[in-house]
Design a protein around this ligand. Structure first.
Ligand code: GCB
Length: 579
């Protein structure tokens, strides 16, 4: 599936803005409204909507442009969290599972140019043991409660753009590009209804000068003296794929930006274009006040400005695929991305009262089972299909902190790694390993090319005892280093209440966050295999209520409204010097 775009042969009409909204279908007549994109949870003042479980209904009337006569009309959703059913008029046109990847329907027969159509969407936020991420709805005396095993608020709704777009009847349907730092660009296109049309491919540099061209649907272009896509310098070429008829007339056109680069793991080094890369940055969230997980261009820009200010060269899309605009920006500006599947919380024993629950076994016929694995597989397919052309994406993370220290985990993950490797042999694979799965116990790390460790020595382990934490942390890292793989610390952090100060550097104070980070950095600097440090988290974010969460998770280096805690200055001093 190709993302909608405007081109010489294609038109995109965004349907963002206000839609009709209700928590049940009949309520659509009541005239309530909802912003798209946005999570619906925090828009209203009523707890009923914030804590709603089940379908929420969206509706919009749309005029189909009369100029689209004779074309194919598609309805496209960048995401619907966590699943959706969509109707045009009374006809169901598409259903989709998974909250962070796009889906579309060909609605040509229903969306007659010049007519007005009614689009209705039911977005369901229910999580079960067979969804990614998993959850369970528990029946309590006070009514149903959605339990999840992930530490962020279960925001739901239409979080990203919705659009109606048109293509010619004969059109390109897919385009894959892989590159290497010798200047080779391999491409593959597919098309539908193309008959004897031919495919023409042109690669231009950033100044618009043609550097290579071909007239086959699939092939390899060679770029002499290719200017590489580099961390910090997102140089992009533009590939234009065209379908042309026998007289050379253009039938369809699709444009794709291309960053030429190689990613490779060699020994305990992570190489980009053959040079060792050290990741500095954060695990982030898509999370802002009022809009929840709704995409917002102003926050997109502001967050990237702050990453630049602090000297971060990378981030992880913890714990789900982010909006495609985010990756486009990272491509253009040379920001390195670890792209994560929404498989967070496959660890039902985790939490010790924070967000876990007693009484569930992670892997079993009634919990994380074969059907969960199939949903997980589909989430991997959709992530790789969506993001494989982004040069900024340098590796895939297949899960966050799954239970990984037993045979059931090994059996669950082995085929998932095999699938991802098969779908994309060009990028290293990993998953964020949880503290309990120490080097001697973890049964899944063997499938990973890169060790991604989430560790909280000095916070969840030995809180307040940074000297003890330093010893224990270094000891564990030395053990991981014997695996001869690069190690990225994908989480380390301490909750910090902004404005709380303590001369004795007690937990929750800004002084403690600083001392905690300094301790971690001393340890990292002593271990050769550590090739990256991603602080948890970029900014404070909303969570499910809990006694360890004070107005959400406070491990942000920035507050939720993006003001720096004093740790931001500490990181800026370290990272700007390093880069
Ligand atoms: C973790 C999780 C992350 C949490 C974090 C915390 O290990 O991966 O989602 O938010 O710890 O702050 O507890």
């Amino acid at each position: 599936m190709l993302r909608p775009q405007d081109s010489r042969t294609r038109d995109r009409k965004r349907l963002d803005g206000l839609w009709g909204f209700a928590l049940d279908r009949d309520g659509l007549a009541d005239g309530r409204e909802m912003a798209v994109p946005a999570s619906y949870n925090d828009i209203g003042a009523d707890p009923e909507r914030r804590d709603h479980i089940g379908e929420a209904w969206y509706q919009k009337q749309v005029v189909v442009p009369s100029g689209w006569l004779g074309r194919r009309v598609h309805l496209h959703f960048e995401s619907a969290t966590h699943r959706a059913r969509v109707w045009v008029g009374d006809t169901e046109v598409v259903a989709h599972e998974g909250g962070y990847t796009p889906f579309a329907a060909d609605v040509t027969d229903l969306a007659v140019p010049g007519s007005t159509i009614t689009i209705t969407v039911a977005v369901d936020n229910t999580l079960t043991f067979e969804t990614i991420p998993p959850g369970v709805v528990e029946q309590t005396p006070a009514g149903p409660r959605q339990r999840t095993w992930h530490d962020f608020f279960n925001y739901a709704g239409l979080h990203r753009s919705v659009s109606l777009h048109c293509t010619p009847v004969a059109h390109l349907t897919d385009l894959t590009v892989t590159t290497d730092d010798t200047g080779l660009v391999h491409y593959r296109t597919t098309a539908t209804d193309a008959g004897d049309l031919t495919t023409r491919v042109t690669l231009r540099d950033a100044a618009g000068v043609t550097v290579a061209a071909a007239t086959t649907a699939e092939g390899t272009l060679s770029v002499p003296d290719a200017r590489l896509w580099q961390p910090g310098e997102g140089y992009l070429y533009q590939l234009t794929a065209e379908l042309v008829d026998g007289d050379g007339r253009l039938v369809d056109e699709y444009r794709q930006s291309v960053g030429i680069r190689t990613v490779e793991v060699r020994g305990n080094r992570f190489l980009i274009n053959g040079a060792p890369f050290h990741f500095t940055g954060f695990g982030k969230h898509e999370d802002t006040a009022v809009q929840g997980k709704g995409h917002n261009d102003a926050y997109l820009l502001h967050d990237f400005e702050l990453l630049d200010w602090i000297g971060a060269n990378s981030f992880r899309t913890s714990h789900y695929p982010y909006a495609e605009d985010v990756l486009d920006y990272a491509d253009r500006h040379g920001i390195v991305v670890i792209d994560e599947v929404a498989a967070v919380g496959l660890n039902l024993g985790l939490g010790a009262g924070v967000f876990g629950a007693p009484g569930y076994t992670t892997y079993g016929p009634d919990t994380i089972n074969e059907r969960t694995r199939r949903t997980h597989e589909q989430a991997i397919r959709e992530l790789i299909e969506r993001d494989r052309n982004h040069p900024s994406v340098v590796m895939w993370s297949l899960a966050n902190e799954p239970e990984s220290d037993n045979a059931a985990a090994e059996a669950y993950f082995e085929p998932l790694f095999a699938l991802a490797r098969d779908l994309d042999p060009t990028r290293p694979l990993g998953f964020a390993n949880v503290a309990q799965a120490t080097p001697d116990r973890c049964r899944v790390s063997r499938f990973a090319d890169v060790l991604m460790l989430n560790r909280y020595f000095g916070w969840y382990v030995l809180p307040g005892d940074l000297a003890g934490a330093e010893l224990a942390w270094e000891q564990e890292l030395h053990e991981w280093a014997t695996h001869h793989k690069p190690i990225i610390i994908t989480e380390y952090g301490a909750d910090t209440y902004p404005g709380l100060h303590s001369l004795a550097a007690e937990p929750w104070s800004e002084e403690y966050q600083n001392a905690y980070l300094e301790m971690n950095h001393r340890v990292f600097d002593r271990i050769d295999a550590v090739v990256g440090e991603h602080v948890w988290n970029f900014a404070d974010f909303a969570t499910t209520p809990g006694i360890q969460r004070v107005g959400g998770n406070r491990k942000g280096v920035f507050t939720r409204d993006r003001q720096p805690k004093s740790a931001a200055h500490l990181l800026r001093r370290r990272w700007r010097k390093e880069n």
